[in-house]
Design a protein around this ligand. Sequence first.
Ligand SMILES: *[C@@H]1O[C@H](CO)[C@@H](O)[C@H](O)[C@H]1NC(C)=O
Ligand SMILES: *[C@@H]1O[C@H](CO)[C@@H](O)[C@H](O)[C@H]1NC(C)=O
Ligand SMILES: *[C@@H]1O[C@H](CO)[C@@H](O)[C@H](O)[C@H]1NC(C)=O
Length: 366
Amino acid sequence: MDHINTPSYGLFFICFFVWGTNYILEAQMVPAVFVLGDSLVDVGNNNYLPLSLAKADFPHNGVDFPTHKPTGRFTNGKNAADFLAEKVGLPTSPPYLSLVSNSSKINNASFLTGVSFASGGAGIFDGTDERLRQSIPLTKQVDYLLTVCEKLKQQRGSTSAQNLLSKSLFVVVIGSNDVFGYSGSSDLRSKNTPQQYVDLMALKLKEQLKRIYNGGARKFVITGIGAIGCCPSERNKNKTEECNEETNRLSVKYNEGLTSMLQKWKSELKGISYSYLDTYSILQNFVQKPQAYGFVDVKAACCGLGNLNAKFGCLPISTYCSNRKEHLFWDLYHPTEAAHRLIADNLFDGPSQFTFPLNVRHLVAV
Ligand SMILES: *[C@@H]1O[C@H](CO)[C@@H](O)[C@H](O)[C@H]1NC(C)=O
Ligand SMILES: *[C@@H]1O[C@H](CO)[C@@H](O)[C@H](O)[C@H]1NC(C)=O
Ligand SMILES: *[C@@H]1O[C@H](CO)[C@@H](O)[C@H](O)[C@H]1NC(C)=O
């Protein structure tokens, strides 16, 4: 009914869409990509959080981005969200906060090919800094997503919006910050065993996935947590610069809970399909067989200061390496563009040992 009340918008949207599909986005494989998650896929939302310290809108971030400027991405160039969008023939989904801060964009067709809600520092759990707005926690990201789904329904009509949403990809990359949070908090550790904590993470994620499903999503792309005990910040805490086994074990435990939750969820809800990416195994392969992937240094950050460039983050005063394609890590926490590209390759076309039950190429064709 809503679209009948606003015929001009409805018409505008349909025209834009047909025009867009036929001419601009010829190779487009899905109508839209909606991205939720943390700094691994943030494309600039945190730039709009005035009080946040979790930002990457300063050099040397972005040094290899097409513009050679910082964009808010926590890496030297593009991240996995950019590469995935390229693979499905779409522009990178713009940051939600860049749209709402600009009424001409939110009222026009800017979000028709997707929106990104991802925010550096975000976790599955809300955290305690909501008032300081360091990041947009997952529950809030889903609130925003549901607002966009409603807007689409108002503008296109319920059937057409539902059709668009059911064919679109909903990418969820989250959980690393919750694992870091547990490792770093004696309070959390005293209240929960590792198993209890990761079970709570999977439970809470499932609640959010259900809300996304109720908004109209049917195709999900969900990544496990990587071997984050091997990132430079964690190695730097160990005298022999080895991976933090406890952090890695917690990540594996969570991934086990996540994969079994997803399997169960799919058997309950026949209408959904998903790709799960075993980021942990991929990262571990990078670390164990660097040469096979073109890496020379999988321990030190490219940009930073101090031992392993991991004592300080990638700040304007930090130094950065020239062989960025040979580094696994850009800064003390985040992969380089080169690593993001390989991760996206595996997500899209990956073998079933890394991406299951479907890779994204098969997911879009379902
Ligand atoms: C709003 O978006 C339009 C279209 O992309 C752009 O031309 C304009 O500069 C933006 N305004 C602000 C305040 O960012
Ligand atoms: C968005 O739509 C408004 C009218 O609703 C128009 O004035 C404006 O130019 C449009 N902006 C863009 C970027 O298309
Ligand atoms: C360093 O890492 C190794 C291998 O995980 C571990 O055996 C050792 O206890 C760690 N040392 C410290 C100080 O954490």
